[in-house]
Design a protein around this ligand. Structure first.
Ligand code: SAH
Ligand code: SF4
Length: 378
């Protein structure tokens, strides 16, 4: 049986009569997070029975979750074949000033970090996900369902805006068709309504698919995991570079359509004594000239058995200020969720060896998410 979450609205409209039933279903499933076809007041009992036989909704089950000291939540999402991936919710507190009422409004920005594959083929030498290799691609429905279940578990109302980054497990552009379909389904205004410009696809540099994504011209944001300014170092860090080198990535990026208000994001993982020198910063600024770019510096996050070291804060700051001095926007990514191994590159998709999984599942439905809600409000 196919996952309901794999169907675009127009596909459903072709399959269902009358056509408007598709929009009604989108409303139940994506705005009310209904996990089954029961008690849908505007859909008949017979119709619900038919739907139950045609489409599945148990595509992804959140079987565990952990909350870190900085309120990052790591979910363990189980797929129907028993495999698991991780999805992370990052909550950034923001303070905005209401100019009219002259007071500070506390708000929050929520970003979901979504997985696109079980494992990854790219074998980057600094990445926990790459260590174990690739098992399979996620279907479009499995990508979409992570978002639905996270919104549901976090008790986020349908209007609560979230951003999506495809920076969980896997190389999104290596699963191109399912990824692009999922992005469109997630953006549908009758469903989750998370616009393309709120979704960022991060890639280790699959040049042909960067070009393909650009040709679709959907408005989705692009992030390039660059990490090195010479091919020799990049070959070591990101083996895919041997097939698509730095110049080929830069050429593809130059062809990528960018919204006037947005920029292409270049992620640069900083590793002590490898790529944290001011000479690297200089080369990076030259490489990015002529591109509407912003740079995000990421501290290397260690994991058991990793062979690199975290850079010093001083080296990070020095790198950042050099890039800024060249007129390129640059920020340092706050590593969130480090204490629960939910930070960038630490996702492994391990099942927790807990004998009381059933209990944990019940807990997910109750107290645990109250705690999240309370923490979000405090
Ligand atoms: N495969 C895609 C998206 C998933 S990886 C990509 O590589 O872009 C998401 C981000 O995590 C990438 O920028 C990646 O370089 C970063 N990352 C991987 N391992 C890391 C580690 N050990 N410490 C910090 N960031 C890491
Ligand atoms: Fe795959 Fe991205 Fe990890 Fe590289 S950094 S192994 S591309 S998930």
């Amino acid at each position: 049986m196919d996952s309901f979450y794999s169907y675009s609205l127009s596909e459903l409209e072709q399959l269902l009569t009358p056509k408007f039933k598709a929009k009604q279903l989108y409303n139940w499933i994506y705005k009310k997070y209904k996990p089954n076809f029961n008690n849908m007041s505007n859909i008949s009992v017979q119709e619900c029975r038919k739907l139950r036989h045609s489409y599945s909704l148990d595509t992804v089950t959140m079987i565990d979750s952990q909350i870190s000291s900085d309120n990052t939540i790591k979910f363990l999402a189980q797929l129907k074949d028993g495999l698991v991936v991780e999805s992370v919710a990052l909550i950034m507190a923001e303070k905005k000033v209401d100019e009219v009422k002259q007071r500070v409004i506390r708000s929050e920005q929520i970003t979901f970090c979504i997985s696109t594959q079980v494992g990854c083929k790219m074998a980057c030498s600094f990445c926990k996900t790459g260590e174990a290799g690739w098992t399979r691609d996620l279907s479009a429905g499995e990508i979409v369902a992570q978002v639905v279940r996270m919104k549901e578990h976090m008790r986020l109302g349908e209007k609560k805006m979230v951003n999506i980054v495809y920076m969980g497990m896997g190389e999104p552009l290596d699963n191109f068709d399912n990824l692009t379909k999922a992005v469109d389904i997630i953006a549908d205004s009758y469903g989750l309504d998370i616009a393309h410009r709120r979704q960022t696809v991060s890639t280790s540099g699959l040049t042909p698919n960067i070009l393909k994504l650009g040709e679709l011209n959907t408005g989705v944001q692009l992030a390039i995991s660059l990490h090195a300014v010479t091919d020799s170092l990049r070959d070591e860090l990101v083996p895919l570079n041997k097939a698509y080198n730095i110049n080929s990535i830069i050429d593809a990026v130059k062809k990528f359509p960018v919204d006037r208000r947005k920029k292409i994001l270049f992620e640069y993982l900083v590793i002590k004594d490898k790529n944290d020198d001011i000479e690297d910063a200089k080369k990076l600024s030259v490489l990015l000239s002529g591109i509407d770019a912003k740079v995000n510096l990421i501290y290397f996050n260690p994991f058991p058995g990793s062979m690199y070291e975290r850079p010093t804060q001083k080296a990070m700051e020095r790198f950042k200020f050099y890039i800024l001095s060249r007129g390129i926007f640059c920020s340092i990514r706050q590593s969130k969720g480090l204490d629960i191994m939910a930070a960038c590159g630490q996702l492994a998709g391990k099942k927790v060896a807990s004998p009381s999984m059933h209990e944990r599942r019940k807990e997910i439905g109750r107290g645990f998410y109250k705690e999240i809600a309370q923490r979000r409000q405090s």
